[in-house]
Design a protein around this ligand. Structure first.
Ligand code: SF4
Length: 468
């Protein structure tokens, strides 16, 4: 009898083309998602080599990073953004790649549209030239963020050369309390294991809290695996995933869907699968969280005092001092009450319909505080349509939020949505690095969308549990 295996090992072994003398594996990639930022150079390299795209039918494109969120009318106001969009259009036409551009009605952030179109499926290998490709692991796929030269390799060969990571199982036990979300769970995991703790690992998430999550919540958890150093993060597929996929445009249909479900079930980790490492986190330890520093591991409960440099281990002191100095925060004081300038709800971490519903629950309770610039940016055109059908856009507008067109927006500000100067932003995105949101001096506080909405109404960091 075959020994029990994890989903990761099953998917990896099924997609291994061959082992290389370097010890790496040449891995077949089932789905390649591309966007305007990391593909132009890759296509240029293909042209130089006189090589075509090996599997255009496994390659799908969207535009997300540079697209403005105030108006998507062409030509785009920024000539550089327009040129990047034109380049992607030309490459997709030349290589017969399906492009979900704004007129298609299916445009959105690459990690939002893959799942919602049913392109992302259990048991797949997926690659995309964006670090947060780990998102797709929520379906039980093994998904890798790759660089431009690897985008070229996948376009040309549909294969990637990779070293096999070990698998760490992370169980989250218990039940989340009110006002505690998937974002708080992944921030707590990264805080516990560190931003480099996952280097060389794939993370398998499980346990009662993960099992009880919706697919969208699992997408949030898997999305930020890379912020903990793990290039891959996944959850074993279950009935929630199959129900999510049924009827999606690219999911199998009818009898083929039932056959697919049987196969997807077989790909889940075996009950006795061995893992290189195991970690358990109790949900009782998880509170509504906020980052106070300059990496996503520097987070704490909203009412918890920030660390004092003199009280942290020697190896962490310099980074705590640097973070507190940059943020202009003081050790020993909580973040609750910290004034904010900007509130951003969106991104591939938290720009889905369930995120907007939770934020709208809070937005219904008041008005955006004077002086706060508050943006809601749906993750895709489909999310925007669904939200508008439910009247969420009106809820946000009535509360004083701006309702924008889909895109990455202020997650990394490769478009006009940027922080100015020393502004502090309550953000539902995934990175709080210095300069991430467009101003080299801008300050980012990562939190759940409901917490961002609460901060927008109060004009300061607040405990969402007091509003709900
Ligand atoms: S929302 Fe942010 S992290 Fe996600 S794809 Fe866009 S830029 Fe990358």
């Amino acid at each position: 009898m075959a020994s029990p295996r994890s989903l990761f090992d099953k998917v990896w072994d099924l997609h291994a083309v061959r082992e290389l003398p370097t010890g790496q594996t040449q891995l077949f990639i089932g789905l390649h998602l591309i966007h305007e930022v990391t593909s132009p150079q890759a296509f240029a390299m293909l042209r130089e080599m006189g090589v075509g795209v090996r599997f255009p039918e496994r390659t799908f494109a969207t535009v997300d990073h540079i697209i403005p969120t105030d108006s998507q009318l062409r030509p785009l106001t920024d000539p550089l953004a327009e040129e990047m969009l034109l380049a992607l259009e030309r490459s997709c036409q030349e290589h017969e790649i399906r492009f979900f551009d704004p007129p298609s009605g299916l445009q959105g952030i690459v990690h939002v549209i893959g799942p919602e179109l049913g392109l992302t499926q259990p048991g797949m290998t997926i690659a995309c030239g964006d670090s947060h490709t780990s998102t797709h692991g929520a379906f039980g796929a093994i998904a890798f963020g790759i660089g431009t030269s690897q985008v070229r390799d996948v376009l040309a060969t549909q294969c990637l050369t990779l070293a096999r990571p070990r698998v760490r199982r992370i169980d989250v036990t218990g039940k989340l309390g009110p006002g505690v979300y998937a974002k708080d769970v992944i921030l707590a995991i990264i805080r516990r294991l560190g931003v480099k703790g996952g280097v060389g690992y794939a993370y398998e998430y499980g346990g009662p809290v993960i099992d009880a999550m919706s697919v969208e919540e699992r997408l949030t958890v898997c999305n930020m695996s890379i912020e903990g150093g793990a290039r891959v993060g996944y959850v074993n597929p279950d009935d929630a995933v199959y129900a999510f996929l049924r009827g999606r445009p690219f999911a199998p249909r009818d009898a083929a869907f039932e056959r697919a479900v049987a196969w997807w079930r077989s790909m889940a980790s075996d009950p006795d699968a061995a893992f290189a490492d195991r970690v358990e986190l109790a949900s009782a330890e998880i509170e509504p969280s906020v980052t106070w520093g300059i990496n996503p591991g520097q987070s704490c409960g909203v009412n918890e005092p920030l660390p004092r440099p003199e009280e942290v281990p020697d190896g962490e002191r310099a980074s705590v001092e640097e973070a507190l100095a940059f943020m202009e925060f003081r050790g020993g004081e909580p973040l609750a009450g910290t004034p904010i300038d900007v509130a951003f709800i969106g991104s591939c971490t938290n720009g889905r319909i369930s995120d907007l519903r939770e934020a709208a629950r809070v937005a219904r309770r008041g008005k955006v505080a004077p002086g706060v610039r508050a943006l809601v940016v749906p993750g895709s055109q489909a999310v925007a349509r669904e939200a508008e059908e439910e009247g969420l856009d009106e809820v946000f507008r009535a509360a004083g939020f701006q309702w924008r067109e889909p895109g990455c927006s202020m997650c990394l500000a490769m478009n006009p949505d940027k922080l100015q100067g020393r502004e502090i932003c309550a953000s539902s995105s995934n990175r709080n690095f210095k300069g991430r949101q467009g101003s080299p001096l801008g300050r980012t506080l990562l939190m759940s969308p409901a917490m961002v909405a609460a901060a927008a109404l109060a004009g300061r960091v607040s405990d969402v549990r007091e509003v709900l």
